[in-house]
Design a binder for this molecule. Structure first.
Ligand code: SF4
Length: 404
């Protein structure tokens, strides 16, 4: 893992030097952060950034390591030979039904090729499989793990329950780092978080323009991989630049031609597929992604724990599927899309179950839905012919809807 991440970190450093733009800055800083996890002096905290408030980790001097994002960014995963990294896990008897991200991590863990973790925080959502993979890795290393549980209801008692856990985690981090939580620094992390949020709200507004001046695929990647930077100056700098670049593009008209607009939910495959080329060739813009929607509230720096606890409860993946479906139909209207593309993987049981509710809600709006099943990184579960066939049929339906 170290070599793969190190190799890409160098490549992206060069790419960023040649093209110092917002998205390149994000990838460069994200890879740099992941490679820091191999520093023997660093305190490493394994976490799922999309389901844990990274602001609390930035308030301490720890390296925040998300194996899912690390595995996503390995050369094999992005080049279409991710299964090579899963063999070690499968040979230990783990089933191929397990999500490819977890199989990669379990494979590395079996070979002692993961960075060592000083603490494992396992969130109860979005993905139970990830919590269990974290737990298995923690046990293997004899490291402490904390099961961070977020209830699905948004009541005062639920908020207090989450806040209590965040305060406990802060105490664990104090013991781990030997430093007391500096409330001044914590407040600064909250301010950084709010500034980045405000930028992303503006970026999402710009995406409503026709033609769309940015790609929601990048917005989705930033939302998931960039979640590590909530609370840090990095996300502020990245979103400052992106906002400026998107405004310039919209003003100059240097946008891609656009015949159709689609909304994307929820995941986007890491391995190479025909999807981007098909969309480009047929002038289909992905104008918004569910993951890039700003569901998080602005935080109160004077009550950071309370505010982060509320933010956890507001996470869209803790909502009922019906609420998610309603939000998606609202987004479909606001972004004036011609249809919704849903991408889940075989292992993503919760998402596959949610699909029917989402599809029915879109159908009530008269919008077609494409269910692009596939895999994030296991090329054995991907078929170019099948994916192309589904995309062609979806394109025909969107075109027919237009001419009605
Ligand atoms: S793709 Fe689904 S199963 Fe895999 S890590 Fe993401 S949420 Fe979990």
């Amino acid at each position: 893992m170290r070599d793969g991440l190190g190799f890409l970190a160098e490549k992206y450093q060069e790419r960023y030097a040649a093209k110092p733009r917002g998205f390149e800055l994000y990838v460069h800083r994200m890879l740099q952060g992941l490679t820091k996890a191999f520093d023997p002096e660093a305190k490493i905290v394994y976490v799922s950034n999309y389901s844990f408030p990274a602001e609390l980790l930035w308030a301490f001097d720890v390296v925040n390591f998300d194996y899912e994002i690390a595995c996503n960014n390995l050369p094999q995963a992005i080049m279409g030979s991710g299964s090579e990294l899963m063999i070690a896990c499968e040979e230990q008897g783990f089933s191929r039904d397990i999500c490819s991200f977890h199989r990669m991590e379990l494979g590395f863990s079996a070979q002692d090729a993961n960075p060592r973790g000083d603490l494992y925080i396992c969130s109860s959502y979005y993905c139970h499989g990830k919590a269990k993979a974290h737990e298995a890795a923690a046990r293997r290393e004899g490291a402490p793990h904390y099961f961070f549980e977020a209830p699905t209801r948004r009541t005062e008692s639920a908020r207090v329950y989450v806040e209590t856990q965040l305060r406990e985690i802060a105490e664990i981090l104090e013991r781990l780092t030997g430093k007391q939580l500096d409330m001044g620094r914590f407040k600064e992390c909250i301010r950084m978080s709010n500034r980045a949020r405000a930028n992303l709200v503006e970026i999402n507004e710009l995406m409503k323009l026709k033609p769309c001046p940015w790609e929601a695929k990048k917005a989705a990647l930033l939302a998931l991989g960039g979640a590590v930077f909530w609370g840090s100056p990095v996300l502020v700098e990245v979103t400052d630049r992106l906002k400026e670049e998107i405004q310039e593009r919209a003003a100059s008209g240097a946008t891609r031609p656009e015949r159709f607009r689609v909304l994307w939910s929820p995941w986007y495959p890491v391995q190479p597929t025909v999807i981007p080329a098909f969309m480009r060739d047929n002038q289909i813009s992905m104008v918004m992604a569910e993951t890039a929607d700003i569901w998080r509230p602005a935080l109160d720096e004077n009550h950071p724990f309370e505010s982060l606890a509320q933010m956890v409860l507001d996470n869209y993946m803790l909502r009922t599927t019906q609420e998610r479906a309603e939000r998606l139909t609202t987004l479909a209207g606001e972004y004036q899309v011609d249809g919704l593309v849903h991408f889940g993987t075989v292992a993503c049981y919760h998402e596959n179950t949610a699909f029917r509710v989402i599809a029915d809600a879109m159908a009530r709006q008269g919008l077609p839905v494409l269910d692009l099943d596939g895999d994030m990184t296991d090329e054995r579960n991907y078929s170019e012919q099948r994916t192309t066939g589904k995309l062609e049929a979806f394109l025909e339906i969107m075109a027919a809807n237009r001419s009605e």
